[in-house]
Design a protein around this ligand. Structure first.
Ligand code: NAD
Ligand code: IPM
Ligand code: MN
Length: 361
């Protein structure tokens, strides 16, 4: 199959992890006889530097024509003092919004080989396998007005949702639960927020369409606690934009590192932007230390969701497992008796595992 992939490396470790991942995708193409073409565009801080805006029009145009989009990360101290509309993050928010990528799927699966890499007890982390379905184009991130008032003495951000926005993400979450373990936890703050009370109503209305899915509501503060005390309790979590952002970084602790968590930002017709959950990690950028596995696993999600290449996606995921089982890891992961390698070396190990399967088949 021929597929056209737009790569948005972004800032900080973004270029490192996307380059590493491109190598793995090239290995997939060679192994399975596909032709993947790549087109790179600026976003975030690098786009501000090169084009004076965090989201150039040709980046958007290229993404609209792509079969799949792979993003590294945006942001960094260099651009931290720019006004809100000119920040690198605005580029990422803009591309999600302009492409209508309302559903952000963030799977969190503990690898057996990383059981001891988490600061949590192995018996707590063991067997955790959950999916956070995060609403991605509404809520506090996009609501208007958002401004300083009264000579800078007051400030307002707006949490706004339409019923339609809630319905489509809740439907997505029910469908995700159906192909997993049929359990859905809707996370909100209905004891305080009107938006959360409407969110609960929508979940209640939709549940009769999915009778096999067991549904419950949980307040976000309690959910944050349960995620690290009994993560095995969860199957699918559905939640609004900002709660999902925060809970997913917290959930990364189950896997041992933020550098392990992939994500897919999708819409109904299959177009998707695939991005690690982590950011641009300015503290380690340019040193080839970044863990590329979150981005490599995001590419596997692209193969699965946008290209319908399930065998190929399985192949990447099992190569990642194999490399971790052999105890190769980057500096962010603590594996006793393991071999610490650079990010590019780790990605190469993943590719080598995949290619070695060709010769043994
Ligand atoms: P971060 O996720 O960049 O880093 C948090 C910590 O995790 C750092 O110590 C970092 O070194 C480590 N880390 C992250 N990814 C790693 C990887 N792949 N391998 C090894 N270690 C890794 O969050 P931050 O420091 O709060 O934010 C830095 C910048 O990134 C900010 O400008 C923020 O807005 C931006 N950001 C972007 C995205 C995105 O583009 N999707 C996501 C989150 C943060
Ligand atoms: C993420 C990031 C972004 C978000 C930022 C950089 C805008 O934290 O993808 O999780 O909050 O969505
Ligand atoms: Mn985040």
């Amino acid at each position: 199959m021929e597929k056209h992939i737009v790569v948005l490396p972004g800032d900080g470790i973004g270029p490192e992890v996307t380059k590493a991942t491109k190598g793995v995708l090239e290995t997939v193409a060679a192994q399975f006889g596909h032709s993947f073409t790549f087109e790179t565009h600026d976003i975030g801080g690098s786009a501000i530097d090169n084009h004076g805006t965090p989201l150039p029009e040709d980046t958007v145009a290229a993404c609209k024509k792509a079969d799949g989009i792979l993003l590294g990360a945006v942001g960094g101290p260099k651009w931290d003092n720019l006004p809100g509309h000119m920040r690198p993050e605005k580029g990422l928010l803009g591309i999600r919004k302009q492409l209508g990528l309302f559903a952000n799927l963030r799977p969190v699966k503990g690898f057996d080989s990383l059981l001891h890499a988490s600061p949590l007890k192995p018996e707590v982390v063991g067997g955790s396998d959950l999916l956070i379905v995060r609403e991605l184009t509404g809520g506090l991130y996009f609501g208007e007005p958002r401004e300083r008032r009264n000579n800078g003495q007051d400030v307002v951000d707006t949490l706004a949702y339409s019923r339609h926005e809630m319905e489509r993400i809740v439907e997505q979450a029910f469908q995700s639960a159906q192909v997993r373990r049929n359990k859905l936890t809707s996370v909100d703050k209905a004891n305080v927020l009107e938006s959360s009370r409407m969110w609960r109503e929508v979940v209640e209305e939709k549940k009769s369409d999915y009778p096999e899915v067991e549904v419950e509501h949980m307040l976000v503060d309690a959910a944050a606690m349960k995620l690290v005390t009994n993560p095995g309790y969860f199957d699918v979590i559905v939640t609004e934009n900002m709660f999902g952002d925060i809970l997913s970084d917290e959930a990364s602790v189950l896997t041992g590192s933020l550098g392990m968590l992939p994500s897919a930002s999708i819409r109904q017709d299959g177009l998707g932007l695939y991005e690690p959950v982590h950011g641009s990690a300015p503290d380690i950028a340019g040193e080839d230390k970044a863990n590329p596995l979150a981005t490599i696993l995001s590419a596997a999600m692209m193969l699965r969701y946008s290209f319908n290449m399930n065998v190929e996606a399985d192949e990447i995921e099992s190569a990642v497992h194999a490399v971790l089982n052999e105890k190769y890891h980057t500096a962010d992961l603590k594996i006793e008796g393991g071999t610490q390698v650079s990010g590019s070396e780790l990605a190469k190990k993943v590719s080598e595992h995949m290619s070695s399967n060709v010769t043994t088949e």
